[in-house]
Design a protein around this ligand. Sequence first.
Ligand SMILES: Cc1cc2nc3c(=O)[nH]c(=O)nc-3n(C[C@H](O)[C@H](O)[C@H](O)COP(=O)(O)OP(=O)(O)OC[C@H]3O[C@@H](n4cnc5c(N)ncnc54)[C@H](O)[C@@H]3O)c2cc1C
Length: 481
Amino acid sequence: MRTDFAIVGAGPAGMAAAEAAADYGVHVTLIDEQPTPGGQFLRQPPVGWKVAGWLDGAAYRDGKRLLGRVSADRRPEWIMQTSVAGIFVAEEGSNDDGRFTLLLEAGGDGGTRRLEAGAVLIAAGCFDLPVVFPGWNLPGVMATGGIQAFVKSQQFVPGKRFLFAGSHPLQLVVADQILAAGGSVAGVLFSQSRRRALELLKHPAVVLRASDKLAETAALLRRLSKAGVPVRFGQTVLQANGENKLESVTTVPVGPDGRFDRAAVEDIDCDRLGVCFGFLSSSELARQAGVACRWEPSRGGWIAEHDDTMASSVAGIYVAGETTGVAGSDVAALEGRIAGLAAAVELGRLDAERARSLMRNPRRRLRQSNRFAGLLAALSWPGHTLFDQLMTDEATLCKCEEVKVDTLRHHLEQNPGMTTASAVKLLSRVGMGLCQGRYCHFALTRLMAGHLGIAEDGIGGFTARFPAKPLAIDSLIRSED
Ligand SMILES: Cc1cc2nc3c(=O)[nH]c(=O)nc-3n(C[C@H](O)[C@H](O)[C@H](O)COP(=O)(O)OP(=O)(O)OC[C@H]3O[C@@H](n4cnc5c(N)ncnc54)[C@H](O)[C@@H]3O)c2cc1C
């Protein structure tokens, strides 16, 4: 198979890029693991389902318009329910058709196949930041985004009584969606103080431009208050309790310095805990392809670097959306549009001067949206003190390989020369499981930085290798090549 422009991820960023590039005659192929496009923001009902009032509301209007246009567009080729497990840059002088070879794995019995491309966009999105605390591995403790995936796409309420704990405003959105779908919410806890949250208002110029988002948040708070759902600031989860499943959550007050007041703990009964302290960028494919990434914990951990055309450090590979830092769907779509135009220039379908003029408006809007996103990220970030206190010795750090925090502390004490995440992985198996380090690398980085007294980016990520997503050996064996 061959295409001009391969786009990994059919979320807002990938769809906007596809539309922009196709407008200039670029042959675009969109690949996504999900059966339908839309990404996390516009997660669609399962194929064949109809969900009444799916994503009603002003927040989703622009995204749904983009989804409607791109879904109806006959120009892009769609390869759905398929993971991109690796991106390989063709060696100079090789006989490959394209500059890049993508290895695709279709779910089920689909096996693997190769896609040759002249240019690639990685728009792989993000996932919920996993936070380690005692009991986080109990059934019933979920990522808030994971809970939302059920409600958003199926109106299915995956539990009876929900508590949300974290520092990110998505908690309010999901609590509201749970109530609307008929669920019960015991409370929403924000670790930051109310005063800290209100610091947003100290930036009137930025806030004014995002007044629609603030109005939505105010409406959410009113609905939660009317339903009797307590929204508390300066409180967080200390541990999740239960025999084989979640029965209650112990909460603790958090001071302005991020320290816990353990004298004032409280137990709240619930069978679901949603945790939301932010998101991590899905940059594993970018890192596997050799794209330069930098560490910015409050924006998504390892985020892909790019220039003002969204070109990455690898010529011909573009990056957009949450892969470049978590900043919301507006930013994702604008970055996608710019990347699509830039790829059209690189592929010889669009004049560079014309592209510059076409990029002017999205770039201006991007600057505005980024200012708000940056402020929100800073105010939503709970800080290291909170993570360090939650990560007690008895907590499991790596769920896949069942490695506890105290085991890792012991390894670090016994091996003072072991200073990289990859070295700890070899010794302890942390990060070797099915999640490929997605659930544990952040906590390990934090644990090591605290223990060694060095900056987190000095720890490095786990070495990024093919396959970037779990791949059945059987699929490789049955592949044609
Ligand atoms: C669980 C969750 C819920 C969220 N809910 C909201 C919300 O309600 N409101 C909001 O404003 N923001 C929400 N966000 C943030 C949201 O992700 C972004 O604002 C927006 O969706 C970003 O668009 P994107 O195109 O960058 O990524 P996404 O929309 O995440 O799209 C990325 C796509 O890439 C695909 N993909 C990733 N890796 C591969 C691979 N190797 N091979 C093939 N396909 C791949 C994924 O399946 C996905 O469809 C949520 C994030 C998460 C993680």
